[in-house]
Design a protein around this ligand. Structure first.
Ligand code: SAH
Ligand code: SF4
Length: 412
């Protein structure tokens, strides 16, 4: 059942409700080193100090995870006062934190308005598993694309998230999971990566990351920076519906792992399920995948395939899938369709999903079935949503009851 937790002491200091004037200051989170240097120079920091100050601030922000300038104890008081006057490093507000009975956590975050924009709300999800923990983050509020089985696709794009807002999802989750070193630990100490709760990040939340390329690139380069958050590029996966030109750029300029929302193996069907296919058809998509740099048996592209009853789940489709991916280092991730209010699709029967998976396995492809996680808190793929589209409480209770009736409560 859904558990809504009251935030303990630590988060109240980490995520205060801030007065508007404070919220509108520019954030130092999400700036690359050059931009950070420029911001300091602009406020009169002498040129000969810039490199050292940038390194100090970078360490505080991304190794120690501070969200208050006063905790930067090796930065002089005057400098801290100056930083506080002009900038913020505060976290977004946590509107709600939910913990599923399977340990999945979901946060609804509210980002303050920047410039003329309005505040936006975003959900991110943490999925603990044996030996690893994955954080699923969003790149946009809503989506311009209209994949017919995706709840996000029914929502208009509200706006792109900034690099700060993309990174803030990771910083906040690390705060809440205790993934930053305690404040008492001496300056310069790093948290051993083996102790971290978040070992993997997937850009599989709301939005199409490759339609927000520059900000996503900035955020992921900071998240994988070895002197900061230090996530390995092999443990960061960007999922795209298939924006072909930006797939090439992702390989060249970001270098993280790639996941493709494939969902169909014939153009005619994919045009309906994933309409961007009309612009970038399967042939071009698979060609871009073949050319993705650094692929090997140990470094494969993930192909996501949502199992839709009587739509794309026949053994003919499975055969087509094997043919399409011949020679591409690939794993196939079968996702049981997660229903949402108003959808006409149904999830394939479990027996059919297993038959489909076996068929693909026999052809030599790894094809794990993605276990639905956090179902009781609507944390599954395609179920994240923006404030404007949030279900009313009565609607939500009815939906949760339907999900439980359809699936049983603990059958994962
Ligand atoms: N826009 C990007 C990333 C976000 S979606 C993309 O499309 O790849 C993450 C994954 O969940 C995608 O593969 C998406 O197709 C899938 N998905 C969307 N709605 C779903 C649903 N209702 N049930 C199961 N998977 C869904
Ligand atoms: Fe957008 Fe991805 Fe949903 Fe398609 S599946 S509508 S690209 S979020």
């Amino acid at each position: 059942m859904t558990v809504t937790v009251t935030l303990p002491e630590r988060s109240q200091t980490a995520a205060p409700v801030r007065p508007a004037a404070f919220a509108e200051k520019p954030s130092l989170v999400g700036l690359d080193r050059d931009e950070l240097g420029e911001a300091l120079r602009d406020k009169g920091v002498p040129e000969k100090q810039i490199k050292m100050r940038v390194a100090q601030i970078w360490n505080w922000l991304y190794v120690r995870g501070v969200s208050d300038f006063d905790h930067m104890v090796n930065v002089s008081k005057d400098m801290r006062a100056m930083l506080k006057t002009h900038f913020t490093i505060a976290r977004p507000e946590i509107v709600e934190e939910q913990v599923s009975n399977d340990g999945t956590r979901k946060w609804l975050l509210r980002f303050p308005p920047r410039g003329a924009g309005r505040p936006v709300e975003v959900e991110s999800v943490y999925i603990p598993e044996e030996g690893r923990g994955t954080l699923c983050i969003s790149s946009q509020v809503g989506c311009t694309l209209t994949c017919s089985f995706c709840h996000t696709g029914t929502q208009k794009l509200v706006r792109n998230l900034t690099a700060e807002e993309i990174l803030a999802q990771l910083l906040l989750a690390r705060d809440r999971l205790g993934d930053f070193p305690d404040r008492e630990i001496p300056v310069g100490t790093m948290m051993p990566s083996s102790d971290r709760k978040i070992t993997n990040v997937v850009m599989m939340g709301m939005g199409e990351p490759l339609y927000n390329f520059e900000e996503v690139k900035k955020a992921l380069l900071i998240a994988t920076d070895g002197d900061g958050l230090s996530l390995s590029k092999r443990r960061v996966t960007l999922s795209t519906s298939g924006v072909v030109p930006e797939i090439y750029r992702t390989g060249e300029e970001i270098g993280v792992m790639l996941a493709i929302s494939l969902h169909a193996v014939r153009d005619e069907l994919r045009d309906m399920l994933v309409p961007i296919n009309k612009k970038y058809p399967l042939k071009e998509l698979i060609e871009a995948c073949r050319n993705y740099p650094g692929l090997s048996n140990a470094r494969r592209i993930t192909f996501e395939y949502v199992m839709l009853k009587d739509v794309n789940d026949s053994l003919e489709d499975a055969k087509g899938l094997i043919q399409l991916l011949k020679g591409v280092p690939a794993k196939i991730n079968l996702i049981p369709f997660n229903p949402w209010p108003g959808t006409n699709y149904q999830c394939s029967d479990w027996a059919q999903i297993e038959k489909f998976a076996d068929f693909i396995n026999q052809a030599g492809f790894a094809s794990p079935i993605r276990t639905p996680r956090g179902r009781d808190i609507l944390a599954a793929c395609g179920q994240l949503k923006s404030e404007s589209e949030r279900m009313r409480k009565t609607e939500r209770l009815a939906f949760e009851a339907m999900m439980i009736a359809n699936h049983g409560e603990d059958d994962d």
